[in-house]
Design a protein around this ligand. Structure first.
Ligand code: ATP
Ligand code: MG
Length: 361
């Protein structure tokens, strides 16, 4: 059974750029759900994990960030990065990567769902046709720093980088993905592999999937090599329910999925510690979008939907669904009638759309 967080405490971090514009709308929707469902959720706002904080303090976060955030059940995050002022690797490594590692957020979860009124780059698809999750392993695999260079600047020069797949690391992401698949009507899990080319780690991954599938007899399990799997995302996205992948493959699929539904601005994500031992983090897929910051034209749906995911994680699925249904309801009204932002073909401002969704909740 899933843990229910009583009177959940939320750390709100808007961050940089349009994070500061969409965050108030994310909180507005959460507050509407909070009232309607009597959740007793409390919010505290923080200015760190932003480039503004860096400019004032010479670092992205205070030294006691870990203890500060450990007092919260979840982190509701906007976006980070002001590339003109600070290189992205500094801002990212000083904030989100620290959270991911410090709070052992080993699941990266991204819904891939086609919404009404959102232009879809794939032909002949309607809402309901595409509805699945990408579950990415977030802590090990191909993204290790183990390796090195030898004989630099000679003709014998070479580099090696190792991939690391631990039984514990693989099994816990598979366990999460199978649990998720089992909770859904289709009960279907697809594993991303490449055991025909990567001859040690990927057969091991397949072996662990096989072992885990024995514990989930009611979940239909299949696997595809990553190359053809990516092709199916574009050609046959209706084929999927829950897709589980290693860090690298999951990284690619979790951008490809939302792109297939045309939802870069509306897509949400969760970096999750499923046991709730540490706070999980929920944020839109998009970045700080410096090109549109300051005009109040950013679409707040990615932020609002991330809030819905957070409620689901905290043990309030009805409240999460109420937010998601409100998004769908407003989008279905269509341009000319619903207050849609320019990326959706309207002329409304960020807060006009946010208020309409909050009202629909
Ligand atoms: P990252 O830091 O993740 O690499 P970025 O900050 O450079 O990304 P994104 O935020 O991902 O850029 O934005 C990519 C493009 O999509 C930009 O041109 C941006 O204007 C647009 N975009 C992103 N988010 C939104 C949004 N919420 N509403 C409208 N347009 C958006
Ligand atoms: Mg950026």
């Amino acid at each position: 059974a899933k843990k229910i967080f009583k009177n959940p405490k939320i750390a709100v971090i808007a961050g940089d750029g349009i994070g500061k514009e969409v965050m108030p709308e994310g909180v507005r929707a959460l507050e509407a759900a909070n009232r309607k469902f009597g959740i007793g959720m409390q919010f505290d706002h923080f200015d760190f994990a932003s480039c503004d904080y860096y400019l004032k303090h010479g670092k992205m976060m205070p030294d006691d960030w870990f203890d500060t955030l450990m007092k919260y059940d979840a982190i509701f995050f906007g976006a980070v990065g002001m590339p003109d002022i600070l290189p992205d690797h500094v801002s990212l490594w000083g904030s989100l990567i620290q959270f991911r590692r410090g709070f052992d957020q080993y699941v990266n979860l991204r819904p891939v769902r086609l919404l009404p009124g959102v232009p879809c780059p794939l032909a002949n698809r309607k809402p309901g046709d595409i509805d699945f999750f990408v579950v990415r392993e977030n802590t090990e695999g191909e993204y290790s720093s183990v390796g090195g260079k030898m004989f630099p600047d000679t003709d014998r020069e070479f580099v090696i980088q190792e991939s690391i797949f631990t039984r514990q690391g693989v099994d816990r992401i598979l366990q999460y993905a199978f649990d998720l698949a089992q909770s859904r009507p289709k009960k279907h899990l697809t594993s991303a592999t490449k055991s025909n080319g990567i001859a040690i780690t990927m057969p091991y991954w397949d072996e662990r999937v096989e072992a885990m599938s024995k514990k989930f007899a009611d979940v239909r399990t299949d696997k595809y090599h990553i190359d053809i799997l990516a092709a199916h995302f574009v050609m046959n996205p209706d084929r999927f329910d829950v897709v589980v992948a290693s860090n690298l493959f999951g990284d690619i699929l979790s951008d490809l999925g939302p792109a297939c539904t045309g939802t870069i601005a509306v897509a949400p994500s969760g970096s999750i510690n499923p046991e709730g031992k540490f706070p999980s983090l929920f944020e839109p897929v998009h970045g700080s979008a410096p090109d549109i910051y300051g005009k109040m034209i950013a679409n707040p749906i990615g932020q609002i939907w991330s809030g819905a995911m957070m409620l689901d994680h905290l043990g309030y699925p009805e409240a999460g669904n109420a937010i998601f249904s409100a998004i769908e309801k407003v989008l279905a009204v269509g341009p000319g009638h619903a207050p849609l932002t320019p990326d959706l073909g309207g002329t409304a401002k960020t807060d006009d759309l946010g208020k309409a969704i909050a009202a629909a909740i």
